[in-house]
Write a protein that binds this ligand. Structure first.
Ligand code: DLL
Length: 433
């Protein structure tokens, strides 16, 4: 097993905690000195910063939320003078005003190091060619992966998003071994490849997919791996914490967080109280290595759970189990909590159904109606009407069992739903609430 930094990655837990505690104390002193916003937050919560000594004191610190970025737009969250900032990225702002994140030279180094550790943990290194199809520009996916890939000495092919046929041509011409993009865009690439008669195992050297930036299920992974013969790994991150940061190792048993750089907590999204290890809740992260825009107890909004057991690969840092959805993505349909991921899991168990689906929610006569539109795969597109009716009824029954909810299902021809180059838009909520 290769490690990027064996000393840190296999550090005994007790030492790792000591390191986190030391860096936490430094962080609290740093933001007190460098940030008006945190000074104000500490004052409002009557926090005596000398009281923050160990991880047990973490809960005394105030949360940071996306609104803090928005209220202090564009760069009020900066803790360094402008001349120390060497880059800005911004989130797309689809759910409100965009957030701008600044980076010092050291922040870029730490960020690239997180990715270098992850890439090494899943076996990608200097002999690999990484085709990076995450969007370059303000989105963190492109440049984030680019720097991480260069750090491990891989050859980077910075194609960015889109131009699918060109992606496939370059993949074959240059012998791409690892492909980085959203899982939904990779499904689109795989579909175009099929239509062009390209077989990944026969015609390409592709071995690894580095997929993230949007939720995807274990069943989706199975689909991708079985249909293309590659190993699909989950990558997690968010722009406020730098960008893509953490990934699964070869064992695909959770996403390795780097505890010397980030402290993670899981809280109950309703009460904000910590939940016990292994229980689902909202992810909260404190950055203990960032300079330009460090964050204390940042509520990311994603729902997941943590496993702190040492991984089979020997790494001692905690692992995020799959991201189950966002606290604010949870749909409430006729009073029932529904995560889109639960629906995806049911759909993906049916070999007749493709990975292209959309959930449309309407409100008719004060009642929520959810329609699931899903494409039939090319292979099954010629099945008889009675068979189609049977498939549809089976999905309705399975969803009723899983969600406790009756939904409408529409089966569509292959190619009828829009495809995405980046994050897929799966949910269309037409309710005016
Ligand atoms: O999506 C950073 C990124 C780029 C991650 C490339 C991975 C790969 P944002 O645009 O700020 O940053 O979106 C962050 O996307 O809070 C999650 O809700 C979602 N997300 C990211 N990765 C995953 C994943 C980038 N592996 C938001 N599974 C996060 C599920 C994910 N959701």
């Amino acid at each position: 097993m290769d490690y990027w930094d064996p000393f840190i990655e296999r550090m005994p837990k007790s030492e790792l905690i000591k390191l986190q505690e030391k860096k936490l104390r430094q962080l609290v002193a740093y933001v007190k000195d460098h940030s008006k916003i945190y000074r104000r937050k500490f004052k409002e919560t009557k926090l005596d910063t000398d009281d923050i000594k160990t991880l047990d004191d973490l809960h005394k610190l105030p949360f940071t939320i996306k609104k803090d970025f928005r209220d202090n737009y564009p760069i009020g969250m900066l803790c360094v003078p402008d001349d120390q900032v060497i880059r800005y990225h911004a989130s797309s702002g689809t759910t409100g005003k965009r957030t701008i994140v600044g980076y010092t030279r050291n922040d870029i180094h730490e960020w690239s190091t997180s990715l270098a550790r992850g890439l090494t943990s899943l076996g990608v290194g200097r002999r690999d060619i990484i085709q990076n199809s995450y969007g370059y520009g303000l989105f963190t996916g492109g440049l984030g992966f680019h720097y991480g890939a260069e750090m491990v000495g891989a050859t980077t092919l910075p194609t960015g998003a889109g131009m699918t046929e060109r992606q496939l041509e370059l993949m074959q011409d240059l012998g791409t071994t690892a492909f980085a993009c959203t899982p939904s865009y990779f499904l689109h690439i795989a579909e175009v490849a099929r239509n062009l008669g390209i077989d990944f195992s026969r015609d390409t050297k592709l071995k690894v997919g580095l997929f993230g930036a949007e939720p995807w299920s274990e069943d989706m992974r199975k689909r991708i791996e079985e249909s293309t013969g590659i190993n699909a790994y989950d990558v997690f991150g968010t722009s406020e914490l730098n960008g893509p940061l953490f990934m699964e190792c070869k064992y695909k048993n959770g996403i390795h967080i780097w505890a010397d750089q980030y402290i993670v907590e899981i809280i109950n999204p309703e009460t904000s109280e910590p939940v016990s290890e292994g229980k689902k809740g909202e992810l909260v992260v404190t950055t203990i290595s960032k300079e330009a825009m460090p964050l204390i107890r940042y509520k990311i909004g994603d729902i997941t759970y943590i496993d702190s057991e040492v991984c089979e690969c020997g790494r001692t840092h905690p692992r995020l189990m799959r991201i189950l959805g966002r606290a604010d993505d949870m749909l409430i349909i006729r009073g029932i909590n529904v995560f889109p991921g639960q629906i995806e899991s049911v759909l993906m168990k049916n070999p007749e159904l493709s990975e292209n689906y959309q959930l449309v929610i309407d409100r008719e006569h004060e009642l929520d109606e959810m329609t699931i539109i899903v494409e039939i795969t090319e292979k099954f597109s010629k099945v008889t009407k009675p068979r189609l009716l049977k498939i549809k009824q089976d999905i309705i029954n399975d969803l009723r069992n899983v969600l406790n909810l009756s939904v409408e299902v529409k089966l569509e021809k292959p190619g009828s739903l829009p495809r995405s180059l980046g994050k897929a838009k799966r949910v269309i909520d037409n309710r005016k609430i």
